[in-house]
Design a protein around this ligand. Structure first.
Ligand code: BTN
Length: 254
């Protein structure tokens, strides 16, 4: 159903036809607006990805959105909302009948190809967060020609996979409804267990061999768990076990 049934996430939606980046807009107004305020744009001229990359955001073809949050948590916990975002999107895509997986920490993939990315940005002090912006980019109705040439092998859209045009309004409502449900649970219980359970159920990495890439250093290991903090646990061939915090490294499935 196309309905938003939330209390505060997405109750105040600011809708643009074009901006440089919804994350940048969200950061500008974050301190002045109520929690849950959501910026959505039909296109982004300078969409931002992780690690300084660009994010292709053609007009009317995707969901390019940023949710402003003001939880009373410490900055070390900010990455937890990325897991909430990934779980919300994965479930929302499943609700419209498309099977997908979560590639820890923040990508949604279909048959190994990326269809959604999440960029979480934060402003905070040593032990408290001022605000968090969760930027969600979903490739909904992009066609092959919309992707830059070098991304055609690794990127996809819901339309390409489902072979039909997808209703963006319905999908965005599902994302926001799921997000509020999981975010409220986090605020109430101080735990992201509900989101982690979803991330584990539909994990693209769990129990698989992965490459742990940190700068020039590449090591192979097996992804054995995602713990309650949302960190990935990997086991090296020599038996050593390590906890990996999102953002610190990049993980590739093999
Ligand atoms: C990644 O996988 O590298 C993260 C991509 C995040 C893209 C979204 S689109 C909406 C929001 N605004 C941005 O500029 N980026 C995020």
């Amino acid at each position: 159903d196309e309905e938003l049934n939330t209390e505060y996430i997405g109750r105040n939606i600011i809708h643009y036809s074009s901006v440089d980046s919804t994350n940048m807009e969200a950061k500008k107004i974050a301190l002045e607006v109520e929690e849950g305020t959501t910026i959505i744009s039909e296109e982004q001229l300078k969409g931002k990805g992780r690690l300084g990359r660009n994010w292709t955001s053609p007009k009317g073809k995707g969901i390019w959105m940023s949710i402003i949050l003001k939880p009373d948590i410490s900055p070390t916990e900010a990455s937890k909302v990325t897991q909430i975002g990934a779980a919300s999107v994965s479930k929302a895509i499943e609700e419209i009948g498309i099977k997908n997986k979560i590639k820890w920490p923040n990508d949604i993939v279909i048959k190994g190809k990326k269809t959604c990315g999440i960029l979480t940005e934060m402003s905070g002090e040593i032990n408290r967060v001022n605000y968090i912006v969760v930027g969600i980019g979903i490739n909904v109705n992009l066609e092959e020609g919309d992707f830059p040439e070098d991304l055609r092998e690794v990127g996809t859209s819901l339309r390409i996979e489902k072979k039909q045009v997808i209703d963006r309004v319905n999908l965005v409502s599902n994302v926001i409804n799921n997000f509020e449900y999981l975010y409220k649970d986090f605020i109430n219980t101080r735990s992201i267990k509900k989101s982690i359970d979803i991330c584990k159920e539909s994990s693209a990495l769990l129990h698989k061999r992965v490459r742990v890439i940190k700068g020039d250093n590449i090591e192979e290991a097996v992804a054995i768990d995602i713990n309650d903090d949302g960190h990935l646990i990997v086991k090296y061939d020599d038996g050593n076990i390590k906890e990996i915090i999102s953002g610190e490294i990049s993980i590739r499935g093999i």
